[in-house]
Design a binder for this molecule. Sequence first.
Ligand SMILES: N[C@@H](CCC(=O)N[C@@H](CS)C(=O)NCC(=O)O)C(=O)O
Length: 210
Amino acid sequence: MIEVHHLNNSRSQRVLWLLEELELPYDIVPYQRDPKTRLAPAALKAVHPLGKSPVIRDAGVVIAESGAILEYLVGKYGNGRLTPARDFGSPDYVAYLHWLHFAEGSGMLPLLLKLYVGLLKEAGAPLSPRIESEIKNHFDYMSAALGENDYFVANTFSAADIQLSFVLDAGAGRGPLQAYPNLLRLRERLMARPAYQLALARGGPYEVGR
Ligand SMILES: N[C@@H](CCC(=O)N[C@@H](CS)C(=O)NCC(=O)O)C(=O)O
């Protein structure tokens, strides 16, 4: 059975959602963030040295990093679902790889910088213009790439949309997402999926971007 080491209000929500989309059985091992620091409990370090979530264990193999986990699950169990055909000559497959990696490799970075530099209050102010312009740069890019389409890759729902959803969530609320109606509509579309709702019911409260 696939085991998901799931931290509340975290990126591991995407893994639960993907597993529901693929209709795969899985067990959740739950962890709670420290209410003050928001950090994961030390117990997660016993599962993987980084002590972060998501982590999965499948057939005795431990895998960390959400993009790798999604690629692994879709490749091993997807039977062609939620991905374009694996063909490195296909623009759709290359776009799929790009978006799958963009989410954590690029999209999250300026949002995280804002979060951490914000803790410095006035001392961080000199960094703000660059951070804000990079947030805009990345959201402008996502919005222009999506355009009037419903989904990022070949206008078909894929694991790349699941992976990108955390960037949308992190940009929601009082974040930059409000300025991008097409990204807001995509977020609504994703949240309305039955598998998304099932994952919420199993994973417990998820408040990122609410
Ligand atoms: N790039 C990694 C990021 C993992 C990560 O930072 N997870 C956060 C939750 S969203 C975490 O575990 N934070 C708790 C901590 O750092 O103590 C991924 O996508 O899996």
